[in-house]
Design a protein around this ligand. Structure first.
Ligand code: NI
Length: 429
């Protein structure tokens, strides 16, 4: 069956067979027209990077741009976040588009005309500051998308909320921040968001390609501290005390059986790592307590809950069996970046229509974390990886390193897909 027959058949049956995968020609042409401007913004942001919760100048640039487009702007959301609200000419649902805006304490080694020379104090140490994860490209892409959608608001059925989010890399110790704080401050309310989209540029994915996956695409990241209490005694008379070091060994053993005996491993991978143990002062004293610090990574929200529950039980009950006490303090850094299955299936034709089916590839999940995941806990969300690697580059530098480099040619596909995703999502309602 050819395309014309299908469309005719679709019209006959009351559905539009290609409504979602033919990109809007006007939107795509305008995306190309603003590409060089977006690249200039990116270079400016790259040269002036700011650490998490300190994105003051970046936020000013974003807010000024949105205002110049006639978009309603909220500033100071979750400290330095900027939210833009664009009402389309037609009524409908609300879609949020999110870009993270913070940089990292990394000293840039690239030789670029817009290389960062910025230095800051971070945790009492002087360090360079660099957009070493590509959030500069996300910010610039989203500024471009805002410009496009503001111009084409006659095509929008509903409202687009632009969420420029600070502190994706995590706020400094003792501060709140990031997606979690934005949600707490009501970013998904008034108007209430129905779905959210986000992207991450990737230095190891070729330009003009996209990687995606339904379900868990990035890991949940937990940090845990196990406190084990025993009873101090002479090392020669262990029966007089309770040994927290022995209890720690049994707890670690118990933790690893959670992965091998409780976790449904066909659902996805999971990791428990104890990375540090502290206890004791000398060879002939059984100490009073022990502390273990570690991390848990999962790719499935239910498995995450199960592992946390089982670890609490194992620590408590194992310690109890040996006459001691143990408890775990949890710190959650991200939950599973979980792409809603239905939303992913619905939006895939939009990506394929723009990039070409052969350039939109299924990906394996990664064990890294992303705080976009918190938005996805509240509303259905879709997060994808955008190619930022010069084709043929065999050894791209990883994210978070001084040599990290993005091929700017990859940004255009980000502008096109993000704006078309918003239009198609709202028009399908
Ligand atoms: Ni990142």
């Amino acid at each position: 069956m050819n395309k014309t027959t299908l469309v005719a058949l679709g019209a006959l049956l009351g559905f539009s067979a290609f409504a979602q995968n033919s990109p809007d020609a006007g939107l795509m042409a305008d995306a190309e027209a603003i590409e060089s401007k977006v690249i200039e913004w990116r270079r400016d942001i790259h040269e002036h990077p700011e650490l998490s919760n300190r994105e003051f100048e970046t936020a000013k640039k974003i807010a000024a741009h949105l205002k110049s487009l006639g978009i309603e702007v909220q500033t100071g959301v979750a400290h330095t976040g900027v939210v833009g609200i664009l009402k389309g000419d037609n009524p409908g649902k609300v879609v949020a588009l999110r870009a993270d805006i913070d940089a990292l304490p990394v000293t840039e080694r690239n030789d670029l005309p817009f290389k960062s020379e910025v230095k800051e104090q971070f945790l009492g140490q002087e360090t360079g500051v660099m957009h070493a994860c590509g959030h500069d490209t996300h910010t610039a892409i989203m500024m471009g998308v805002a410009e496009l959608l503001a111009k084409h608001k006659d095509k929008i059925h509903g409202t687009v909320k632009f969420v420029f989010q600070p502190a994706e890399e995590g706020p400094p110790p003792g501060e709140e921040g990031g997606a979690k704080l934005m949600i707490k401050e009501g970013v998904l309310k008034k108007p209430d968001v129905d779905a959210i989209f986000g992207l991450h540029i990737n230095s190891g994915t070729p330009v003009n390609t996209i990687r995606y996956k339904a379900g868990g695409i990035m890991a949940s990241v937990e940090r845990f501290v196990v406190n084990v209490e025993g009873k101090q005694t002479h090392g020669s008379q262990p029966w007089g005390g309770i040994d927290p070091i022995l209890i720690s060994a049994k707890i670690i053993d118990g933790f690893q059986t959670i992965i091998s005996r409780n976790a449904p491993l066909t659902e996805g991978a999971a990791v428990i790592t104890v990375g540090k143990i502290t206890s004791g002062v000398r060879f002939n004293i059984i100490p009073e307590s022990a502390e273990m610090i570690g991390t848990v990574r999962t790719l499935d929200p239910q498995m995450r809950d199960l592992i946390i529950k089982r670890m609490n039980e194992v620590a408590e009950k194992v310690a109890d069996a040996y006459g001691g006490r143990a408890s775990i303090e949890w710190q959650n850094n991200t939950v599973v970046t979980f792409n809603d299955e239905e939303l992913t299936a619905q939006m895939l034709p939009t990506l394929q229509g723009i990039a070409g089916e052969e350039n939109v590839n299924l990906t394996k999940p990664t064990t890294g974390g992303e705080d976009f995941s918190y938005f996805q806990e509240e509303v259905p969300g879709f997060f994808y990886f955008l190619g930022g690697m010069t084709p043929g580059n065999k050894e791209p530098f990883p994210h978070h390193t001084p040599d990290f480099m993005i091929d700017e040619d990859g940004m255009l596909l980000g502008i096109k897909t993000m704006s078309q995703l918003a239009v198609d999502y709202l028009n399908a309602q």
